[in-house]
Design a protein around this ligand. Structure first.
Ligand code: UFG
Length: 330
């Protein structure tokens, strides 16, 4: 089955491509390469360098490749940027996403898996967070993803386009082969930053806030391996093929680790101490974000294989050691 993958040259999308191929699907990537990397797309997978803002070009891609389903990863993801430039986030994540949906409607493509986020919840009232937790995003990024989920529900009611939204918690790690991994510019995520310090690419880690109401005062997050996220997309696609209704699922391991615990795990992986200093809180960081993901396990049959924090950090380390400049070095 032909599957169109928007944002397939990005971090999560590129890992999903490998699973799609292994599962016998036939992916075609649409990516404008503004954030993604052509080198992250496996050889033999067609890559259309097209922006989702370009309805005419998108229409040509749909006409040429005739996909039967879409996996939608393309979008901006950086929370801090979204506060500075909400216009960019709403335009790209909502308006351009709708251009993709309209192409799907025009070409009668009725199944979509959407890359959503824990940021739709905002500051949690209960932890672990269930899917029906109130949605009160604290930044334009989370708002853009939540609004797109609402749009998806309406497109189902109006046009019969069924979708599964997957709300990732903290995506981390890299493919165990060491061939693909995380390459953001600038990098803002905790694990790659810690490992860049270990590699001497940065002087030290700034720990954003040590006065949170957590066991050691630092923020707690639910780190989930990118390959486990990838596996969930294949399960979601299969569920849609079997007629599953429009739905949303949390993806996390249900276990939280503090910034200091992640640092300690990284020190074990790299075998040396990693310089860190305390810094003020980063605006908009909730103290604790941990997923309640029993629905994904029960309804999709999702079973994370790399839930262990050590393994998550180890795979990220393998990638960074061999690709210190990301894809730029290849
Ligand atoms: N952190 C530091 N120092 C750093 C970088 C991060 O202390 O240099 C801390 C953050 O304050 C946070 C934790 O490490 O407590 C994790 O931060 P990340 O930036 O790696 O991830 P976030 O939890 O901020 O963001 C993730 C996703 C977002 C998503 C969000 C949901 O990357 O896309 O979860 O709130 F929106």
């Amino acid at each position: 089955m032909r599957v169109l993958v928007s944002g397939g040259a990005g971090y999560v999308g590129s890992h999903v491509l490998l699973d799609l191929i292994a599962a016998g699907y036939d992916p075609i990537v649409v990516d404008d390469l503004s954030k993604g990397h052509a080198a992250a797309v496996p050889q033999g997978v067609p890559l259309a360098q097209v922006s989702l803002a370009d309805a005419a070009a998108l229409d040509r891609v749909f006409a040429q490749y005739k996909p039967q389903a879409v996996l939608h990863f393309a979008g901006f993801t950086e929370v801090g940027e979204s506060v500075k430039f909400p216009d960019r986030f709403f335009r790209n994540n909502i308006s351009n996403g709708m251009t993709l949906l309209d192409a799907m409607v025009a070409h009668e493509v009725k199944m979509l898996v959407f890359s959503s986020t824990a940021a739709v919840y905002g500051e949690p009232q209960t932890v672990p967070i269930p899917e029906d937790h109130p949605k009160s995003p604290t930044n334009p990024y989370g708002e853009s993803k939540l609004f797109f989920e609402k749009i998806l529900a309406r497109y189902d009611a109006a046009y019969g386009l069924r979708s599964i939204s997957l709300r990732y918690f903290n995506a981390a790690g890299a493919h165990p082969s060491g061939t693909i991994g995380e390459d953001h510019n600038p990098e803002t995520h905790l694990i790659p930053i810690i490992l860049q310090v270990a590699l001497g690419m940065r002087e030290q880690l700034a720990i954003f806030g040590t006065d949170y109401p957590t066991m050691d005062g630092t923020c707690v997050r639910d780190y989930v391996h990118v390959c486990d996220l990838a596996a969930a997309h294949i399960l979601a696609l299969r569920a849609l093929e079997k007629g599953a209704p429009t739905d949303a699922f949390n993806l996390g391991n249900g276990q939280g680790f503090s910034v200091k615990e992640v640092l300690a795990a990284a020190e074990k992986v790299v075998g040396k101490s990693i310089p860190a200093q305390t810094a003020p809180r980063r605006a908009g960081d909730p103290a604790v974000l941990v997923a309640g993901s029993t629905r994904a396990r029960e309804l999709l049959g999702w079973q994370p294989r790399y839930a262990d924090l050590h393994t998550i950090v180890e795979t990220a380390w393998r990638w960074l050691q061999t690709h210190p400049a990301g894809y730029g070095e290849e």
